[in-house]
Design a protein around this ligand. Structure first.
Ligand code: ZN
Length: 135
């Protein structure tokens, strides 16, 4: 089995579909679905509206589900001030950010669990006290 899954996503700026290679094991490492995957491609459309945009970069945000199906696509012109070098670098950066977000989410889940537990035990205590007062 190939390491990558080839997909097509539709880009409304170029008004055509573009190929994308998604690492097959990428979906397995995600904690939430659909997960976000970024891709950059050059403008290849032929609309008069974008005559001055030939070869300009477009960033596609893909929302991919557990079965590596593309659920949704957002496309936007790359903002040159963002200084994005390549698709590879972008994905590395995004991967890092997603890892970081997942870590924060884990920490949050952990705290929430602790909070819920302590809330539950304090409710129990309050209930007991309430019962005692009733006697
Ligand atoms: Zn496009």
């Amino acid at each position: 089995m190939s390491k990558y899954v080839r997909k097509l996503y539709f880009c409304r700026i170029c008004n055509k579909s573009h190929p994308i290679k998604i690492p097959r094991d990428f979906a397995e490492s995600q904690k939430r679905y659909p997960f976000v995957f970024f891709a950059i491609h050059k403008y290849t459309g032929d609309s008069d509206e974008y005559l001055d945009k030939k070869e300009k970069d477009i960033i596609a945000t893909l929302y991919i589900d557990k079965n590596l199906a593309i659920r949704d696509v957002d496309v936007a012109w790359e903002d040159s001030s963002a200084n994005i070098i390549s698709e590879y670098d972008t994905q590395k950066l995004v991967g890092f950010l997603i890892d970081h977000i997942n870590e924060l989410q884990d920490a949050y889940d952990h705290l929430m669990e602790k909070y819920t537990k302590s809330l539950a035990s304090s409710e129990k205590t309050n209930k007991k006290e309430g019962e005692n007062e009733g006697i």
